[in-house]
Design a protein around this ligand. Structure first.
Ligand SMILES: [Fe+2]
Length: 246
């Protein structure tokens, strides 16, 4: 089975569309979205609708989704994020808002766990970017594989033995073949606002039979997405950063 694991669309319809086409060409069986469908970008409602059209989709809650439905305060975010969240609240229909309110924090399947930020405090929204947070994440679950998003930077975190945890950038070319003895946290990057210096959308395809994780980069119409952000009157840097992938 092939799973497309993707995250952090952030209202970027152009990037979402490019991802959908890329994943469909690779005959993905299931789609798992790790949250942040909305926030920053100018097409939040359209992105939610486009996702509803995907077959066998699991959709999780991200921190921007939570802020839009006041599960957390939008005023505790950066000023650009706050503005975009308040704007997003006015764009969504009641049905779309209810959809966000119905999202799960985590999903478990066989030896896998999926969440937006980390498995030890899903609504604490901490980034898994340090040894300590990786350790807490591994301890919080007994699943071999954990998939996260949230940082907008793809990463492979491997635990080969009790205290030995290693952070690696994803392999550029060939897919990563998982070692049966190790545990992993895989960060699938961001579809709609990558921050690793590569402006292309990023997601992973996990082939459960081959035990291989392929990191995919997908070019999309950045100009179109940026134009919409400017036209909506959202902060200009939210458009400019898309070109830089930062
Ligand atoms: Fe995000």
């Amino acid at each position: 089975m092939k799973l497309a694991v993707f995250s952090d669309i952030h209202g970027n319809l152009e990037a979402l569309e490019a991802f959908v086409q890329d994943a469909a060409r690779r005959q993905v069986d299931d789609y798992i979205c790790l949250g942040d469908v909305v926030g920053y970008g100018a097409s939040p409602g359209q992105c939610l609708e486009r996702l509803s059209g995907l077959p066998r989709l699991s959709l999780l809650l991200g921190n921007h989704d939570a802020a839009v439905i006041w599960q957390t305060s939008p005023y505790q975010m950066s000023s650009g994020a706050t503005k975009a969240i308040l704007w997003t609240m006015d764009q969504l229909s009641e049905v779309q808002t209810r959809r966000l309110a119905s999202l799960e924090e985590t999903v478990r399947r066989q030896d896998m766990l999926f969440c937006h930020a980390n498995p030890y405090s899903p609504q604490g929204w901490h980034y898994v970017t340090t040894w300590f947070r990786a350790m807490r994440s591994f301890m919080a679950s007994n699943r071999r594989l954990t998939f996260v998003g949230h940082t907008h930077r793809p990463k492979v975190i491997t635990r080969r033995s009790w205290l030995k945890i290693q952070f690696d950038d994803p392999p550029a070319e060939a897919p990563l073949t998982l070692d049966a003895e190790s545990r992993y946290i895989i960060n699938c990057g961001s579809i709609g606002q990558p921050r690793d210096g590569n402006a292309d959308g990023c997601y992973v395809i996990f082939d459960t039979n081959m035990q291989q994780v392929a990191f995919r980069r997908v070019r999309y119409d950045i100009e179109g997405a940026a134009r919409r952000i400017e036209k909506a009157g959202l902060p200009g840097y939210l458009a400019k950063r898309l070109y830089r992938g930062r």
